[in-house]
Every structure is written in structure tokens, then in C-alpha cells.
Design a protein around this ligand. Structure first.
Ligand code: PGA
Length: 248
């Protein structure tokens, strides 16, 4: 199996941090373990960083894109603009954008479509709140989100789905492997029903070196989306190294 290890720096980092991080992580990326780093757009815009990422075999991703390719949208960045920088992927529908920018599932699907149109891999995030989990509605909630957040252009080569329970993001409260296994089995079935069998399904939410091995060994888990622990190169390297080796 090919694993995807995605680092989401959120609004953190600097040009020098990016240089050091890429040099540190380069030797951890190989054919089975594909590293994608999603720093702020200002770092993506530095051609020196793009060259270094390419030399290190590390993909660059945006943290969001607008659904339109251009227009009067102050402050936004479009998918073709990311592609022009040599970026190969973009996160869409992260829970922080769903919460702080009120993005709906249909907004996320439109962004995924824009990403595909620009030739980018769309990393589509879904996840339930603690209240939804406690109400026993986690699987139904995430299934509905997933069905509505994928675009008609989504296929298993241009999309990664990241299951990120909102209550586990940035809290240190990681989901239990049994719960992740159950959710991923359900999402794998939903994707198969949609004609998207073998869709890569990532887990995100307080992934750390100490829990990554157990999570990444689960069936239907094809990688991790990492926030906090990605801000320390050594921690992210340890997470990459915890990925099962070889063909799975
Ligand atoms: P975390 O963030 O690893 O800090 O929980 C994950 C994410 O927001 O993608």
C-alpha cells in the first residue's frame, strides 16, 4: 500500500523553518511513504522552497483554495494559482475552515472540483463533533459529509479523504484505534458504493509519534494528516517512520 503523510502547518512556520524542515524530512520520503507538506501560502510562493521540496521528494500542498479560478475575492488563493507554483495538492474542508469560515459541504465539493480542474490532488476533510459522537451519530454524520463534499470529478487518483474527528484535533485526545477502524471500514464501504473503491482514507487528529504506529497499521488507513506534531521535524519524521513498510 502507498501511504500519504500530510503535514498541515496551519498558520505557523517561516521560510527558514521550511528550509530546515524539508532538509530534515527528505530522507524519510520513499515510494511507499509519500510526504506532502502544507505550509502557509507565503511559503509556497518561494521558488527556492519549491525547488528544495522537489529535490527532497516531498510534495507541496495548499491549506485551502477558492472554488473560482480568479475574480474579486480579496484575500483568497485559487487552485490554478497554487498549481502555477508547483504545488500538487490542496486541503479542502478542514474543520477549522468549516467552523471559522462557515464552509458547507457544497462549498467543499466546489473547491475539490476546482482543485481537480487545476490538476491538484484534493485532500477532503470530514469529521464529527464530540456531541455528534456522544449522540451515536458519528458514522451517519461523516457519511453525509463525505457524500456531499466529494465532487463529481473525484476519483481515487485525484482525491484523499481525511477523517478527522473535530474533538481530536489539536486536543491531544486521539481517537481509539477501534473507533478509527470502525469509521474507516464504514467510509471504505461508502466510497465503494459511490464507485470509489480503494479510495485512500487518512486519519487526522492528535497523531503523534507514540500513537502513529497503531493508527497507521489499521486496515483502511492509508496515511495521516498531522497538525501539531508536524511542527517539529523530528516528531513528523518519527510518524513517517512508524508507517508500515513495504507492500500491504
Ligand atoms: P492535530 O491537527 O494533529 O494538531 O490534531 C490535525 C489537523 O488539524 O489536521
Amino acid at each position: 500500500m502507498r501511504y500519504f503523510l500530510v503535514a498541515n502547518w496551519k498558520m505557523n512556520g517561516s521560510q527558514s523553518f521550511a528550509r530546515d524542515w524539508l532538509k530534515r524530512l527528505g530522507r524519510h520520503s520513499d515510494d511507499n511513504r509519500h510526504i506532502i507538506v502544507c505550509p502557509p501560502a507565503t511559503i509556497l510562493g518561494n521558488p527556492e522552497i519549491a525547488t528544495l521540496a522537489e529535490q527532497q521528494g516531498i510534495g507541496l500542498g495548499g491549506q485551502d483554495c477558492h472554488a473560482a479560478s480568479d475574480g474579486a475575492f480579496t484575500g483568497w488563493v485559487s487552485a490554478p494559482m497554487l498549481a502555477e507554483l508547483g504545488v500538487s495538492a490542496v486541503i479542502v474542508g478542514h474543520s477549522e475552515r468549516r467552523e471559522f469560515a462557515q464552509e458547507s459541504d457544497s462549498d467543499v465539493a466546489a473547491k475539490a472540483a476546482a482543485a481537480h480542474q487545476a490538476g491538484l490532488l484534493a485532500i477532503v476533510c470530514v469529521g464529527e463533533s464530540l456531541a455528534q459522537r456522544q449522540a451515536g451519530a458519528a458514522e451517519a454524520t461523516v457519511e453525509a459529509q463525505l457524500r456531499a463534499s466529494l465532487s463529481t470529478s473525484s476519483n481515487t487518483s485525484n482525491t484523499l479523504v481525511a477523517y478527522e474527528p473535530i474533538w481530536a484535533i489539536g486536543t491531544g485526545q486521539v481517537a481509539q484505534p477501534a473507533d478509527v477502524a470502525a469509521m474507516h471500514a464504514h467510509l471504505a464501504q461508502v466510497c465503494a458504493d459511490m464507485g470509489l473503491a480503494r479510495m485512500p482514507l487518512l486519519y487526522g487528529g492528535s497523531v503523534k509519534p507514540g500513537n502513529a504506529g497503531d493508527l497507521l497499521a489499521l486496515e483502511h488507513v492509508s496515511g495521516a494528516l498531522v497538525g501539531g506534531a508536524a511542527l517539529q521535524a523530528d516528531s513528523f519524521a518519527a510518524i513517517v517512520d512508524a508507517t508500515p513498510a513495504g507492500e500491504g
